[in-house]
Every structure is written in C-alpha cells, then in structure tokens.
Design a protein around this ligand. Sequence first.
Ligand code: PGA
Length: 332
Amino acid sequence: MKQNFPDSFPTNPLWKSITLNQLQVFKTTAQHGSFTHAAKQLHLSQPTVSSQIKHLSTALGMPLFEQVGKQVYLTPAGQEVFDACQTIFERLEQLETNLAEFRGMEQGHLRLAAATTAKYFIPKLLNPFCQRYPSLTISLEITDHQGVVERLNKNLDDLYILSHLPEQDKIEAESLLCNPLVLVAPKRHPLTRQSHLPLKSLEKKPFIMRERGSETRSSVEQLLYQHKVSVQVKLELNSNEAIKQAVVEGLGLAVLSMHSLSANDLTQLAILNVEGFPIHRQWHVIFLREKKLSFVARTFLDYLLEESQAYCQVYSSLTRNDSAFASKLKAS
Ligand code: PGA
C-alpha cells in the first residue's frame, strides 16, 4: 500500500487533528509490523485499523508506513511518530500510577506500632499529617518494647517506633528523636536538696519500675548492673502515667523518658541530677527490609524523618549537659 502526501498540509494543531486512540492503533501496528496482527491484538477489525492509520496519516500530512507484501515498515516520519508515542504512553502510564497513589493517600490506611513511651510524641507528629490527608485512616498500636518486636516479627504493621534496635539483619532503621531517660523523685524528696549525686546514693532506695519487656526498664537495669548498684523494686507498673502518680505519692523513685514529663508533672516531680543520668537513648523508626512499603507508609516515613529533625533540635538544646538540661526543664 503506497501512501501519498496529501495536496494540502494540515493547518490544525496536532492535538485537534489526532486522537490517542489513533496513536494507540498506530503504535501497536508498528510494534507488530502488520495491520492484521495489530487488529487481533486490539480486538478490532482489520479495516478499522487501516482506517485509523489512514486518518492519522492524513491528519499528520504524510505516510507513516510503507507496505511490502503483508508486512508494513515505518517511514522516517513514522519512526518519529512512533518515538513520540513511546514517550506519550509511558508518561500516561506513569500518570496512571501516580494518580492511583494519590487515591491511595486519600483512601489508604497506615498501620503503626510504637513502644509505650512513644505515645507522648507520636500524636504530636501525627496531627499535621492527618490534617494534610484527612481521608487517611491510621491505626497506632501502643505496647511495650517487647510487644513491638513481636509485632515486627509477625509483620503486622507498616512501621515500628522503638528506641533500642532489635538485633536483626532483616530490618531497616532510621534515627528519629533523642530519648533521654531521667530519674524522678517527689518534689520534696531529701535527695532533691543535693545538686550532684553519685550513682551509689541510689543503693537500696525504693524504686518503681516499668514491667519486664520495657526498654526503659532494661536501660535502668543495665546502668545499675554495670555500676553494681542494687535498688529495691517496690512496685512494677506498665504505665508511665501510673508511675508518675506513684512517685508523687512517695512510693519510690523512678526512671522516665523526658518525653513523658509535662510542665504540669514537674510541679510535683523533681529531676535528680545523678551520675549516669540522663541515660541517652534514641528513637528509631524501623521496618522490614524485604517488605514493599505502601505509598502511604513511604509518605509517612519521609514526613516523620523531616519533622522529627525540627522536633529534635528543641530537645538537643535541652540536653546539652546535665545541669543545663535540669534547669531548663525546671523552667519549662
Ligand atoms: P518502653 O520502650 O516504653 O516499653 O520502655 C521504649 C523504648 O523502646 O525505648
């Protein structure tokens, strides 16, 4: 089939003269080198394919194929159109993927699991994210460190927030915020009169501890063990809020994350300046390396890393050294 140049060249802009459907038929024909095979592939009749190509050639003002027997070959102009088709359809496919992901942000669900103490800062970080994506639903499972590790092993959530990293090579971890652990006493406790205390001064003192499985507890036990100090564990509680109440009531001393202490708490509790405190821990966000994160989870991860930097700058100024840390905290 020999196609001739039309007498008059088209004057309309391309987007008015041609359709995506014609381009799709043209692209398929070029890929198969045959009208018949293209028709089969597109579930069209062979005359429909020929007619679409003819309309496209006319609209563009030049032949796009040269026919030799049953085989069709691209003309130089046809090759140019074919290259453009590749770009156009690739871009459309990309657009389709991106739009699906946007729909994902609108209708998606984010599953998070965080260690008990993270509940003091996660909602603050979640709030602007929820406002940005109002249709998104989020489930946040709060449990102690051990519980989060178990959820990770069962692949129950998208992202996990912990301070101490589990010893596993199947995880990716990103550092988030600092997590200083401080020793607290009731406001009028005798130890509050001393500006600096050796760790040994805690020997045999009554303590309120978090439950076993808590990383806060493990950190305290590790410090005491390293310095051969033994304290009297009077009470075990799985709630930071309950621990604060118990300390206020004089049941013992306790170690809490600075994140858990509000200005109001510090009207009743004092932070003791004891050797070895604050214990410096770091919050991390972790996920399974092999897991393909959903678009929602990836978006939240990027957001979390960016936002936590700003949040951490405030904290690092408060924790530069112990006394500055204590006085600034008292002033807050
Ligand atoms: P916890 O864990 O609240 O269970 O002590 C905190 C952490 O992971 O450090």
